[in-house]
Write a protein that binds this ligand. Structure first.
Ligand SMILES: [Ca+2]
Ligand SMILES: [Ca+2]
Length: 107
């Protein structure tokens, strides 16, 4: 079963950003050493009201950064997320991808 939902490369050529329902992880790989980090901003639609961000801020092309969450399982529960690049922790967002939905319980 495919458990990952990924931002397509053609909309986001600066790295890869996936949500993996197997373990509720975001997996980010910044692939360009341009001084900008890769960020995923997410909102969980699992009844918790949680939202947050995952940052790959430790440099480019050095393996994936994994942010591991524990969302509430449920047939219709999902996370909505967008990838972007950011100049520093609180800098300006660029290269914002379309929003994707990833189901929390693999289906
Ligand atoms: Ca970068
Ligand atoms: Ca990195």
């Amino acid at each position: 079963m495919e458990t990952q939902t990924c931002v397509p490369y053609f909309t986001f050529p600066l790295g890869t950003a996936c949500f993996d329902a197997d373990g509720d992880k975001f997996i980010l790989s910044d692939n360009r050493a341009d001084g900008e980090r890769l960020v995923v901003r997410w909102t969980a639609f699992d009844g918790s009201g949680r939202s947050g961000e995952c940052h790959d801020s430790d440099g480019a092309s050095n393996g994936a950064t994994v942010c591991n969450y524990n969302f509430r399982e449920g047939k219709n529960n999902y996370v909505r997320f967008q990838a972007m690049t950011r100049n520093g922790a609180k800098g300006k967002d660029s290269n914002i991808s379309p929003a994707l939905h990833g189901y929390i319980s693999p289906r």
